[in-house]
Write a protein that binds this ligand. Structure first.
Ligand SMILES: Nc1nc2c(ncn2[C@@H]2O[C@H](COP(=O)(O)OP(=O)(O)OP(=O)(O)O)[C@@H](O)[C@H]2O)c(=O)[nH]1
Ligand SMILES: [K+]
Ligand SMILES: [Mg+2]
Length: 371
C-alpha cells in the first residue's frame, strides 16, 4: 500500500512539474491514465482484509434508495440525520464525532429511503487520510450524495470535497462519456470517429488503450469534445460511478441575507439551518426529486388506496413497469388499469400497459379473470 501511495506521489509530482502545452499534452495524458489506475488500486481492500468496506462501514442496504451524507467535520451531518429520521446520531461541536456509518430511515410518502450518516472527511481522504477511504467507499454505494457544507466556511470547501470524490472514481451530476469501447479477442485495435475530437488524436487513443493492455478492441469516439479523462473513465468503467449530488449549505442562521441569497441561487443547491429548523423539508423534497423515483399507490376494488405502502418505480415508468414491480407474471393477465392522479387526463382514466404514470398516482389493475 505504501508503494502505491509513493507511486501516486511520484506521478503527481511529475505532472506538477510538467508544463501544460501541445508538446507535453500526450505525456500528461499517459500520466493521468497511470494515476487513475493506481488510485483504483488504493481503494481495493488490503490482502486479508476480508474484502468488506471495513469495520463499522458495512451497513447493508435497505429501503427503496440510499442517500449518503458527505462533508467536512462538524458541518451538521449528524444533526440533519437526527432531524429527519428516528435515529439519533451523536452531535457535538468537535470534529470526528461520528466515527462509523450510521443508517437512518427517511420516510417519504410511503417510500423508505436509507440515509447514511458518515464521519467527516478531510483533504487527502481519497489517499486514506482519516477514515476517508471507507467513507468515500460508502458514499460510492449510494444513489444520491448529499454534500453537506457549512455556509459560514470558505467557498473552497466544495471544490476540495468534489476533488476527493472524483479521485476515487465518483462522477457527480454527470453522464457516462459518449464513447463506445468493446474489448475483442483478436483483430487488433479499431479506432473510429463519429466527430473529429478537438482534444484527442488517434495516436494518443492508441497509446492509452495499449497502456491499459487493450490491444484488441473497437473504440468509437462519438463526441468532438471527448477528452483523455473521458476515455480513461470509459476504460475504467468498473471503477466509475455516476451519482447525482445535491449541495446542501447548513448553518444559514449565521450568514447574511445577501450571502444566503447568492448561495441559494447556485445550481443543484439547497440551504438550511438545522438549528433554526429552516429549509429542512425543502431539502427532503429536493432529495426525492434527485432520486428520480416515483411513488405509486395501488388500490383494490372497493377499498381505499394503500397510501402507507407505496410501490417505488423509476421516473417515466409505465403501467407495465408497475405490473412488473407487483409480480413477474402480472402483465400476462392484465386487461386494463384505472389511474387517478397527475398522469390521468380524466379521473379515473382507463389505460393500457404503455401509459406513463406520475408520482403519487393511484393505480387499480384489472386482470382478465377479475373483469
Ligand atoms: N449555528 C448552527 N450550528 C449548527 C447547525 N447544525 C448543527 N450545528 C452545530 O454544529 C456542530 C456539529 O454538528 P454535528 O451534527 O455533530 O456535525 P457532523 O457533520 O456530524 O460532525 P462530525 O461527525 O464530527 O463530522 C454541533 O455543535 C451542532 O450543534 C445549524 O444549523 N446552525
Ligand atoms: K461534530
Ligand atoms: Mg457526525
Amino acid at each position: 500500500m505504501v508503494n502505491i501511495t509513493e507511486k501516486i506521489k511520484e506521478i503527481e509530482a511529475e505532472m506538477a512539474r510538467t508544463q501544460k502545452n501541445k508538446a507535453t499534452e500526450y505525456h500528461l495524458g499517459l500520466l493521468k491514465g497511470k494515476l487513475a489506475r493506481l488510485r483504483a488500486q488504493l481503494l481495493e481492500p488490503a490482502p486479508g482484509a476480508g474484502g468488506g468496506a471495513g469495520a463499522g462501514f458495512d451497513v447493508s442496504k435497505s429501503g427503496d434508495a440510499r442517500i449518503a451524507l458527505v462533508g467536512f467535520p462538524s458541518v451538521g451531518k449528524s444533526t440533519f440525520l437526527s432531524k429527519v429520521t428516528k435515529t439519533r446520531s451523536e452531535v457535538a461541536s468537535y470534529s470526528f464525532t461520528t466515527l462509523t456509518a450510521i443508517p437512518g430511515v427517511l420516510e417519504y410518502g410511503g417510500a423508505e429511503i436509507q440515509l447514511l450518516d458518515l464521519p467527516g472527511i478531510i483533504e487527502g481522504a481519497a489517499e486514506g487520510k482519516g477514515r476517508g477511504r471507507q467513507v468515500i467507499s460508502a458514499a460510492k454505494t449510494s444513489d444520491l450524495i448529499l454534500m453537506i457544507l457549512d455556509a459560514t466556511k470558505k467557498a473552497e470547501q466544495r471544490a476540495l470535497l468534489e476533488a476527493e470524490l472524483e479521485a476515487v472514481g465518483i462522477r457527480l451530476n454527470r453522464r457516462p462519456p459518449n464513447i463506445y469501447l468493446k474489448p475483442k479477442k483478436a483483430g487488433g485495435m479499431k479506432i473510429t470517429f463519429q466527430a473529429t475530437p478537438k482534444n484527442l488524436d488517434e495516436k494518443m487513443i492508441y497509446n492509452i488503450l495499449r497502456d491499459y493492455k487493450m490491444l484488441n478492441c473497437e473504440c468509437l469516439i462519438r463526441d468532438d469534445d471527448a477528452t483523455v479523462d473521458d476515455l480513461i473513465d470509459v476504460i475504467m468503467k468498473d471503477h466509475r460511478k455516476y451519482i447525482n449530488c445535491l449541495y446542501v449549505y447548513n448553518k444559514i442562521d449565521s450568514v447574511s441575507l445577501e450571502f444566503l441569497d447568492s448561495l441559494a441561487r447556485e445550481p443543484q443547491t439547497v440551504v438550511m439551518s438545522c438549528e433554526m429548523d429552516l429549509g429542512i423539508q425543502d431539502v427532503v423534497e429536493r432529495c426525492w426529486k434527485e432520486l428520480n423515483l416515483m411513488r405509486i399507490y395501488t388500490k383494490r376494488k372497493g377499498t381505499d388506496p394503500e397510501f402507507s405502502d407505496a410501490l417505488i418505480v423509476r421516473n417515466n415508468s409505465t403501467i407495465e413497469d408497475v405490473c412488473d414491480r407487483i409480480h413477474r407474471t402480472m402483465k400476462d393477465t392484465f386487461k386494463f388499469a384505472y389511474v387517478w392522479g397527475a398522469s390521468a387526463r380524466h379521473i379515473p382514466q382507463r389505460v393500457g400497459l404503455s401509459h406513463t404514470v406520475a408520482d403519487e398516482d393511484v393505480v387499480y389493475i384489472v386482470s382478465a379473470w377479475k373483469a
